[in-house]
Ligand binder design. Structure first.
Ligand code: ADP
Ligand code: ASP
Ligand code: MG
Length: 439
């Protein structure tokens, strides 16, 4: 059995839904995970913002606009009155439900319920479309099997057991449609796996059913060797190791949600990135295989803050690093990059929520300085330290860029640089020119 996940753009219109329907009906047993139609989750976030501010007029305006999009999609998608009617009933009930929140107290709990509606709409509409065209697909409600625990982490044992029980009811069914992104939390409330989390749903489902492959279908032909939104002349990378893909996703390659790799890697399930707009393109295969000695791709992570702690007394001191890390731990702030020297250290964070408190606490141990609006550039590939030359090659590409930190040796798979946000485009372009385009 395979898991096929389609993102927002892939199901973003009636025409796209019809294309996806063709792709998923391949006669094999598939679980299809859908995101909300593109723009929907953003609109639901906007509606929630209005509701928090008790501005029901503002909320109603966005609700009506969003509703129009769905009614127009229904007209184009279904050909029979009976299915138009069923889809209209579904959309009416969802929008009436969202409207009901304009009258009552609005908290985080209600927000999660509102945010869940996008995936409920897209999957409901796809399933009706398939049924109209004679396909006996079954809708698997994610809220019946996808669950997080008290630490807000997915609960693989629960997911596996519930999904197996659900699937066992439909032994003759080949095509299942389910929602990405949404789940129940440890308290049984509606919750989600964070923005972009449908990729995570797909890999959790893949792990739970021990799928032969997890396919992430999107609007581009696989992982490119640099960010196509920023850099000219990027090209698809055909194969990535799980570790390489995880580094790229974590350090900004938007095509893949960073959490999505781990469940696949732990269960050794290949992940294939494919293009809905060009289904015959080979895309990218993420697996355990490595290509020795090659630099694969570059990614950038924005909104990074670097913190430098200089301590005259650090010389030959032990326990200094522990004390520094404990401060970050006590504010539940993860560190991305670390560099050290004999007199001090620099770290980076991407969450500024407790920055002032962290800086205040660090001042006990030395002089502290902060740089904001920084970017991590991450160069990924097979970079075992015995290989010579690749560091020089990468540094050559960065020769005109002011570099604040460099990190190498934490894994075999990456070299990272911290630079100013204003230098990001130049750095990415130069890395592409030198590393991939032989300029
Ligand atoms: P979906 O809605 O299908 O989940 P996303 O918008 O989350 O799709 O991800 C696809 C987008 O990721 C692409 O359109 C592309 O602009 C962007 N992207 C950023 N970096 C990369 C990269 N290295 N390779 C491919 N796509 C990338
Ligand atoms: N619909 C959700 C979002 O826009 C989840 C996803 O698309 O992966 O974030
Ligand atoms: Mg995505």
């Amino acid at each position: 059995m395979k898991v096929l996940k389609f993102g927002g753009t892939s199901v973003g219109s009636a025409a796209r839904i019809k294309e996806v329907a063709k792709l998923i009906c391949d006669g094999k047993k598939n679980i299809v995970v859908l995101s909300a139609m593109s723009g929907t989750t953003n609109s639901l976030v906007e509606i929630s913002d209005y509701l928090y501010k008790k501005n029901s007029d503002g909320a109603n305006e966005v609700i009506n606009q969003l509703g129009q999009k769905y009614y127009a999609t229904i007209e184009e998608l279904y050909s029979t009155e009976s299915y138009k009617q069923q889809a209209t009933e579904l959309v009416n009930s969802v929008f009436d439900y969202i409207r009901s929140f304009t009258k009552d107290l609005f908290t985080l709990f209600e927000e999660k319920v509102v945010l869940a509606q996008g995936e409920l709409l897209s999957t409901g509409m796809m399933n009706l479309y398939l049924n109209e065209t004679g396909v006996a697909s079954i809708l698997l409600p994610a809220l019946e099997y996808m669950r997080t625990d008290k630490n807000a982490e997915p609960d693989p044992a629960y997911i596996k057991e519930k999904l197996a029980t659900l699937l066992a009811k439909y032994t003759d069914t080949t095509l299942f449609i389910t929602q990405g992104y949404i789940c129940l939390n440890a308290y049984g409330e509606v919750d989600n796996l964070q923005r972009g989390g449908s990729d995570y749903s797909a890999s959790l489902i893949g792990a739970a059913i021990n799928a032969s492959e997890i396919q992430i279908w999107t609007d581009i032909d696989g992982m490119h060797n640099n960010d196509p939104r920023v850099v000219e002349k990027t090209s698809p990378v055909r194969g990535l190791h799980f570790e390489e893909a995880a580094e790229l996703a974590y350090f900004g390659a938007k095509i893949l949600h960073p959490t999505c790799i781990l469940p696949a890697k732990l269960n050794n399930i290949p992940v294939r990135l494919l293009n809905t707009m060009q289904p015959e393109a080979p895309g990218t295969l993420i697996s355990n295989a490595t290509e020795k000695g090659t630099i694969k791709a570059v990614a950038a992570k924005d909104n990074i803050i670097s913190i430098k702690i200089k301590s005259g007394r650090m010389l030959l001191a032990y326990g200094f690093l522990r004390k520094v890390f404990e401060i970050f731990e006590s504010y539940q702030t993860p560190i991305d990059m670390v560099t050290t020297s004999e007199v001090g250290m620099s770290v980076t964070i991407d969450n500024s929520k407790h920055l002032d408190e962290i800086v205040n606490d660090l001042k006990k141990y030395g002089t502290v300085s902060v740089d904001e609006e920084m970017v991590i550039i991450c160069v990924v590939g097979d970079m075992e330290w015995e290989n010579v030359g690749f560091e020089a090659h990468i540094l050559n590409a960065m020769k005109d860029i002011p570099v604040r930190m460099i990190s190498y040796g934490g894994s075999n798979y990456n070299v990272s640089f911290l630079i100013r946000a204003q230098d990001k485009k130049n750095a990415l372009q130069s890395l592409s020119n030198v590393l991939f385009n032989n300029k």
